[in-house]
Design a protein around this ligand. Structure first.
Ligand code: ADP
Ligand code: ASP
Ligand code: MG
Length: 407
C-alpha cells in the first residue's frame, strides 16, 4: 500500500513527539507499505518566525517572508529523518525544490500546480521513506513560496493525488473532525465520516482542522482522506464523497475570528457603484465574504462587507483609490467581530433550520450584525466577545433539538 502520512506542528513539537511519530512511521514501513511523510514546522515555529520578522520590519516583503517561513518545515523533515535513521529506517528528507512541487507565484498564498514525482518515486523504489516539507512549493522563478497558513494539509493531499496513494492520513492533535472546535464547543462530538462538500464548507468557514484547499483537491482527485490523532490510536474521521452524517441536520458549527468588517457610508445609490468598489478590491487581491447593502435614501446608500483581518490595509487603500468614483462620505472599520456558521447538507431539504438557528442566538442574547446563507450553510457576523458563547448555544440547539424538526 502507498501511504501519505501528514503530521501537524503539535505532533512534532519536541524530540519526544518526533520519536513517537518516527515509531508510528516505522510500524507502517515495517508492515510493507511505501510511505511518504509530510511535516509541518514544529509547534509554534511559524508564529515565532513571523514575530521575529516583525521585530526587524513591520511590513516585510512577502517573498522574504516565505523564504523565512519555509525554514520551519525544513527543520522538521531533517529532524524526523534523523529520528528514523536512529531506528534504522532508510529515509530521505526533501524540500519543495528537491521534491519538484511547482506552485503559482503568489507569495504567502500560492497554489500547487503540479508535482514532478520522478525523484520521489525513485527514492520510494529504493526502499526509502520519503519525508517532504509541507506548506511550500517553488514558483516559475524557482523561488520558494508558501501555501497559506495550515497549508501542509494541502501538500499532503496533492502528493497523495499525484502518486495515486491508497490513503492520505492527516495526523493532528484531535481525534478527528468534530461537530465544532473541541477547544471552543463544550459538547462537540467526533464525526465518523463527513462528505467532501461539507468538509470543504466547514474548512472554508473556519474549522482549521483541514486546510480548505486540501479538501478541494481531495474531492477533485477522489483521495481517500482520514483525519486522526497522532497522540492516540482512536479511529479518525473519514472524509469522502457522499458521506452521510447520521440523521443529523447539520454536521457542525464553525467560528472564524480572522474577520474584519468594513462599512462604506453614503456611497452613490446608482448602477455601477458596487462594481467599481469590488473590482478595485479584487485588483488588490482582497477576497470579500459577507456583503450587506442598505436600501438607498436621498441618492445615497451604505455598503458593508467582511474580509480577512490581514487584508485590511490593502482594502483601505483600494477604497481610498476609488473614492472619487463612488463618492462615499466615510469609512468605518471594525476589527473585533467574528463569523459563526453552521454547515450541513441536511439543511437544504429541511424547513425550520433558520428558525432554530435564530432561536438559539435569541435565547443566548447575542446580537446578529450580518447574515449570509447558502444551500448548506448559514453564517452570521457577531461581536468577537459573543462568538464562542453563540457558537455553543447554536451547537447545542441543533445537536439536542434538531430531531424535533426532521421530517
Ligand atoms: P495541525 O498543526 O495538526 O495542522 P491545526 O491546529 O491546524 O493542527 O488543526 C487542529 C485544530 O483544529 C484542533 O486542535 C482544533 O482546535 C481545531 N479545530 C477547529 N475546528 C475543528 C473541528 N470541527 N474538529 C476538530 N478540530 C477542529
Ligand atoms: N507551518 C505552517 C503554519 O503554521 C503550515 C501548517 O502547519 O500547515 O501555518
Ligand atoms: Mg493545520
Amino acid at each position: 500500500m502507498l501511504l501519505v502520512m501528514k503530521f501537524g506542528g503539535t505532533s512534532v513539537a519536541n524530540a519526544e513527539r518526533i520519536n513517537n511519530v518516527a515509531g508510528r512511521i516505522k510500524r507502517k514501513y515495517d508492515s510493507g507499505n511505501k510511505v511518504v511523510v509530510v511535516l509541518s514546522a514544529q509547534g509554534d515555529t511559524t508564529d515565532d518566525l513571523i514575530d521575529k520578522a516583525h521585530e526587524i520590519n513591520k511590513n516585510p516583503s512577502k517573498r522574504e517572508m516565505d523564504m523565512l517561513l519555509a525554514t520551519g518545515e525544513q527543520q522538521s523533515v531533517a529532524l524526523m529523518c534523523m529520528a528514523l535513521e536512529a531506528k534504522k529506517v532508510p529515509c530521505v528528507s526533501l524540500n519543495a525544490d528537491q521534491c519538484r512541487i511547482y506552485a503559482t507565484s503568489d507569495y504567502s498564498n500560492a497554489r500547487i500546480k503540479d508535482i514532478n514525482t520522478q525523484r520521489l518515486k525513485n527514492e520510494l523504489d529504493a526502499g526509502k521513506v520519503v519525508i517532504v516539507t509541507g506548506f511550500q512549493g517553488i514558483n516559475r522563478k524557482g523561488d520558494v513560496v508558501t501555501l497559506g497558513r495550515g497549508g501542509s494539509d494541502t501538500s499532503a493531499v496533492a502528493l497523495a493525488a499525484k502518486l495515486k496513494a491508497d490513503l492520505c492520513e492527516i495526523y493532528t492533535d484531535v481525534d478527528g473532525v468534530y461537530t465544532g472546535d473541541p477547544r471552543i464547543i463544550k459538547y462537540a462530538r467526533k464525526l465518523d465520516e463527513i462528505s467532501y462538500d461539507e468538509m470543504l464548507e466547514f474548512a472554508s468557514l473556519g474549522a482549521q482542522v483541514l486546510h480548505n484547499r486540501s479538501v478541494e483537491l481531495a474531492k477533485k482527485y477522489n483521495v481517500n482522506l482520514v483525519v486522526r490523532s497522532s497522540l492516540s490510536n482512536a479511529e479518525g474521521t473519514i472524509v469522502k464523497e457522499g458521506a452521510k452524517v447520521e440523521s443529523m441536520l447539520i454536521s457542525g458549527v464553525a467560528v472564524d475570528k480572522n474577520v474584519s468588517r468594513i462599512s462604506i457610508i453614503g456611497v452613490d445609490d446608482k448602477p455601477g457603484t458596487a462594481y467599481k468598489l469590488f473590482s478595485e478590491l479584487a485588483k488588490k487581491n482582497v477576497s470579500v465574504d459577507i456583503i450587506l447593502q442598505s436600501i438607498g435614501r436621498d441618492g445615497k446608500k451604505d455598503i458593508s462587507f467582511t474580509i480577512a483581518r490581514s487584508d485590511v490595509n490593502d482594502a483601505m487603500s483600494a477604497i481610498e483609490s476609488v473614492k472619487s468614483r463612488i463618492n462615499y462620505e466615510s469609512v468605518d472599520h471594525k476589527e473585533n467581530v467574528a463569523k459563526v456558521s453552521i454547515v450541513g447538507a441536511g439543511m437544504a431539504t429541511n424547513a425550520g433550520v433558520a428558525a432554530l438557528f435564530f432561536e438559539a442566538t435569541y435565547s443566548a442574547g447575542v446580537n446578529v450584525n450580518m447574515i449570509s446563507t447558502s444551500e448548506i450553510k448559514i453564517s452570521i457576523l457577531v461581536d468577537e466577545k459573543d462568538a464562542d458563547y453563540a457558537a455553543n448555544a447554536i451547537h447545542d440547539k441543533f445537536m439536542l433539538q434538531a430531531s424535533a424538526i426532521r421530517h
